[in-house]
Write a protein that binds this ligand. Structure first.
Ligand code: CMP
Length: 142
């Protein structure tokens, strides 16, 4: 089915200057960028986005990393976009990520792992709405 998913290029990958390289992976796989912006997350924005992880031992480090520099956030649209984006990213831990995935190529550790992608259609809808107003989404008309 035609789906949307939410994606973040994290501060480590922005610092490595690979935004375009990562966008190329999305487009080559048939995903379309239908919304996009760069922002430097506040502590409150990062804590709110990752609220489901607030009790985990890595939460403080996660918020600190995600606010350490600008991120690129985007909405990707395409057939099975949630699963396709997760395949492009590879496993959360780069040590387990398959060759040719974003995490294998660009991530240094499970904490600094280059990108985020929604894990299901429901979380995608919530994550998109957290950062984008409806009118910021630009479905293709041609
Ligand atoms: P992300 O998909 O952005 O969601 C939460 C992030 O927490 C995850 O990617 C990892 O970068 C980070 N993280 C750090 N340690 C862990 C862990 N043990 N399990 C899952 N996520 C972790």
């Amino acid at each position: 089915a035609l789906e949307r998913t939410f994606s973040i290029i994290k501060p480590d990958a922005v610092a490595k200057n690979v935004i375009g390289a990562i966008y190329n992976r999305f487009e080559t796989a048939g995903l379309r960028i239908v919304a996009s912006k760069m922002l430097h997350l506040s502590k409150e924005q990062a804590e709110g986005f990752y609220a489901e992880h607030s009790a985990r031992p890595f939460f403080g480090a996660l918020v600190s990393f995600m606010t350490s520099g600008p991120v690129m956030i985007q909405v990707l649209e395409g057939e099975n976009a949630v699963r396709k984006n997760r395949e492009i990213m590879g496993a959360t831990n780069p040590a387990e990520a398959l060759a040719g995935t974003l995490r294998a190529d660009y991530a240094a550790s499970i904490d600094e792992n280059a990108c985020h992608g929604s894990d299901a259609a429901e979380s995608a809808a919530r994550e998109i709405a957290y950062f984008f107003a409806d009118e910021e989404l630009c479905p293709r008309t041609r």
